[in-house]
Design a protein around this ligand. Sequence first.
Ligand code: G1P
Ligand code: ZN
Length: 543
Amino acid sequence: MSYITRPATPFLDQRPGTSGLRKRVDVFQQPGYLDNFVQALFDVLPDAGGKTLVVGGDGRYFNRVAIQIILRMAAAKGYARVLVGRDGILSTPALSAVIRRRGASGGIVLSASHNPGGADGDFGIKYNIANGGPAPEAVTEAIYRRSRDISMIHAVEAADLPLDSLGTHHLLHTRIEIIDPVADYAEVLRGLFDFDAIRGLFQRGFRLRLDTMWAVGGPYARTLLEGELGAPPGTVVHGQSLEDFGGLHPDPNPANAIDLIEHLRAPDAPDMGAATDGDADRNMIVGRNFVVSPSDSLAVLAAHATRIPGYKAGLAGVARSMPTSTAIDRVARKLGIACYETPTGWKYFGNLLDAGKVTLCGEESYGTGSDHIREKDGLWAVLFWLNLIAVTGESVESLVRSLWREHGRCVYSRHDYEGIPTDQADALMRDLRSSLPRWKGQVLAGEPVIIADDFSYTDPTDGSTSERQGVRIVLQGGSRVVFRLSGTGTQGATLRIYLEHHEPDPARHDLPAQEALAPLVAVAEHVARVKHWTGMSAPSVMT
Ligand code: G1P
Ligand code: ZN
């Protein structure tokens, strides 16, 4: 075994987006493509002597190949120890837990989250720092700059390591430990929830259908729910972790998890449904014939947090991404705690969590989490709901309805326009930005516009500023329309339009969301001229 250095030609398109570098698998399969990015990462990181790196992914196609490349390069970088999940598997939340529990200096997550997998699908790579969370923008930008002038790749020459059983190997001076992918994570959850109460719920016949969408959540959910918590076998469906997610789009929303929605609509529906995504950090919660919006889910968890052992001391504060509904703001006001508004992407929550300013946080994109790790956490959210149902005796629907009764309903929807040619999407956003001064004070949907701006965020802990994080049109009554381009897609551009309307009148809480939001949809078209710029007259997906 020896060190080798190979010349490299840089790739110029390796700028990480909302959540790491995501590209189609065939892009990653180009010789040297992954190596180039990993070398850029290692060049940006300080000396690795004495340090531990964690590596794992959601098991999608190319995961195993990528891990072997990374291990050979990590040994050349000089890590003392690399921890790898068995079979190369670590869900994103589990990887975060391992970094924190084992005192690692960082970790590499191999995932394209909810994007489809398989040879024709997507792949992704993301670096997480010592707190267990995604590297902040300053680090990802440094990696990008470095990736553009890599000239040498450093690795060790060695055969592939067996990843399929627990054990220890050596690559020159680096100890490679193959670890149980579930153990550390399970231990963290045991410390937060009342497992006996949840066990009691299942003993009393409570029925859950948890759809892990043929993705990495399966092994975790089976071990914890069907194993430890006594949920009947069959509670976890699509539970095997497959390289191509069985051809499904592992994104837990009503459009992609249609099978789950139908089961929860059936006459013999289980009491609760839930789904997790490709890397098990997202979650969708469904009651009997009742879909919970992610923003409402976050607000319900915050409102009742003190009933859960891990949060009984109360919440320091909460945070949501800017486009996420203001339901949580209303709960925070009542609890007398701060509510922070950050740009889209989990990386912005890290500093607030580290500083102890917030305990719970979440996004409208089916992401919820807390200070137990530094990633959003799908199974955590499911256990939180189960624990809550066990101690309150209420149903999913009644918990959400009490939230609405107390604070009004934040009617919410996101409209995605996918596959827009990039130049057209950029032109739309440019035009929209330049039109902003025109809207302030105008009456739209019957109300004056009080804010028309491009969201900018200054981190209260380190003063770093992130600009151009989404165009907002806010009306006097608080209704809003937000526009931004996705930073996780791999084909063309995706325009996301977020719509929120606050409805205090309980008599109107059952109006279908799309109907209640129709005036705001018209506002969106009026200010952004979506049809003109994209040629599309309807969104590709509404959630
Ligand atoms: C999307 C979501 C965002 C989430 C990210 C990673 O990013 O909108 O909330 O943090 O995926 O899961 P986007 O494609 O909008 O940039
Ligand atoms: Zn994900």
